[in-house]
Write a protein that binds this ligand. Structure first.
Ligand code: HAM
Length: 461
């Protein structure tokens, strides 16, 4: 049978106080840490994200792209097949593991392969073509973390499926460029054509033959690339390899008539809309699915040099759907990296607009007022008036400081006295003038003030 312990027994179990207070700072326990290459997006950073999310969604909508969200986890073979076995992404950078059912799964390193999988799985081929889709979400690559490169990062991507015409390539290059411009960034577009696999294979052989004659002048990485993924030698940044690279045959000179025609038409479109671009014969991209047009977009520094890593990139992938077991479907798309866009906004000192401040702050004093304030706050919100409140704050001074910091137009003050009188105090934050308003009439009064202000705003010269 249990019995209530006596007071004395309870005391004996109490933890003994520390005899002498520690002289130095207590040692920090090593609690869980952020994983390498991962990043918390703290409240202060959110306005950059809101800015990019808002502008990118508007732009995609204006050009009739529809949003798609695919899972972050996919079958590993989706990426080995689509992105390519011998690419850096698949060889070194995938977060791959066996799930509880012993199936190999991978956190998506990019968004194009999942979108094409969804296009095939959901029979989007039967929809009116082309199908235009956009996405914004996290991607994962287990690369070496450095400035602008993370193991979890985010992409805004646009894909057009079921359209082979060069106008689609130009539309996408234009949209990538336009988003950067609308964000206020100085950027430059680099463009190249990789042809279709047939003419590219021939070019690869010529490239390998040329590099073989220069073996003693190239780095070990390039020697390895020649065996596994020869086009990547053109991407090498080693000083030693630059002279060899400059003398290498160029893909654009080896394009078949059809591929050359396609590329010329893309460039004509870009000329027509006055979009500045640079032909870059060394642009090869790191994804095997690319065919024909490829492009990357770089931030332009004040000395006209360009950022070392691209803000975004994309191109055609006309064989991807078929490779993944679907019907032959041409495709073209791109993705911009959000973290890199934010870095560029900061480096280029772009003024990101502050979010629109709420119109009214509701300050409440004392428990009784707090209880009444919740109903009043919901009435204000239901009337569509942008409002904010912070029930964790008690003193009037703190709340007035907060409402000033938030830059609201009006503050409503609800104290004990006002609750008893059935009133509220309405303070104009610009003039400091306060008036007592009947509690039942406050929502209408706010509506009128808001209407008057938007009238003034619209009729300012
Ligand atoms: P990507 O060039 O591999 O293309 O990636 C596009 C952009 O994602 C890069 O330019 C960069 O801004 C960002 N990004 C890539 N890796 C990282 C990283 N580790 N940390 C931060 N940002 C990164 C693709 O992913 C293709 N799916 C694009 C595409 C769409 N092609 C056709 N359609």
């Amino acid at each position: 049978m249990s019995r209530t312990p006596k007071k004395k027994e309870l005391k004996a179990k109490e933890i003994k106080p520390v005899l002498s207070a520690p002289k130095a700072e207590p040692k920090k326990t090593s609690g869980p840490q952020l994983l390498r290459g991962m990043k918390d997006i703290l409240p202060a950073e959110q306005r950059y994200w809101d800015f990019i999310r808002e502008r990118s969604a508007k732009l995609a909508g204006a050009y009739s792209f529809e949003r798609i969200d695919t899972p972050v986890l996919e079958e590993t073979k989706l990426f080995t097949r689509a992105v390519g076995k011998y690419t850096d992404i698949v060889e070194k950078e995938m977060f791959t593991f066996l799930d509880a059912g012993e199936e190999s799964v991978t956190l998506r390193p990019e968004g194009t392969a999942p979108v094409v999988r969804a296009y095939i799985n959901h029979g989007m081929l039967n929809l009116p073509q082309p199908v235009k889709l956009w996405y914004l979400g996290p991607m994962f690559r287990y690369g070496r973390p450095q400035s602008g490169s993370y193991r979890q990062f985010h992409q805004w991507g646009l894909e057009i499926l079921g359209e082979a015409k060069p106008a689609a390539d130009a539309e996408l290059i234009f949209l990538a460029y336009t988003l950067c411009k609308e964000l206020g960034l100085r950027v430059v577009v680099h463009i190249n054509s990789l042809g279709h696999p047939g003419c590219r294979e021939q070019y690869k052989n010529e490239l390998v033959d040329y590099y073989k004659t220069k073996r003693s002048q190239i780095c070990d990485d390039c020697k390895r690339r020649l065996l596994r993924n020869p086009l990547r030698v053109l991407d090498c940044k080693e000083e030693k390899c630059q002279p060899v690279k400059q003398g290498a045959p160029q893909m654009v000179d080896k394009l078949c008539d059809e591929d050359r025609n396609h590329f010329m038409k893309v460039l004509e479109f870009l000329d027509e809309i006055d979009l500045p671009y640079q032909l870059n014969p060394y642009l090869v991209r790191g994804l095997d699915y690319n065919t024909r047009t490829v492009f990357e977009i770089f931030a332009q520094n004040s000395d006209e040099s360009i950022s070392s890593s691209a803000l975004g990139g994309g191109g055609r992938y006309d064989d991807l759907a078929e490779l993944m077991g679907g019907r032959p479907t041409p495709g073209v798309g791109f993705a911009l990296g959000i973290e890199r866009l934010i870095l560029a906004l900061k480096e280029q000192n772009v003024n990101v607009p502050d979010p629109q401040p709420p119109f009214v702050y509701l300050a409440q004093l004392g428990d009784h007022a707090k209880r009444k304030a919740l109903t009043l706050f919901e009435e204000i919100r239901a009337a569509g008036i942008p409002a904010t409140v912070n029930f964790a704050k008690d003193s009037l001074k703190t709340q007035m400081e907060l409402s000033a910091k938030l830059n609201v137009r009006y503050t409503i003050i609800l104290g004990q006295k006002e609750v008893l009188d059935g009133t509220v105090i309405l303070r104009d934050m610009d003039s400091g003038v306060q008036e007592v308003v009947d509690r039942k009439k406050i929502v209408d009064a706010l509506k009128k003030k808001r209407a008057a202000e938007s009238f003034d705003l619209n009729h300012k010269e």
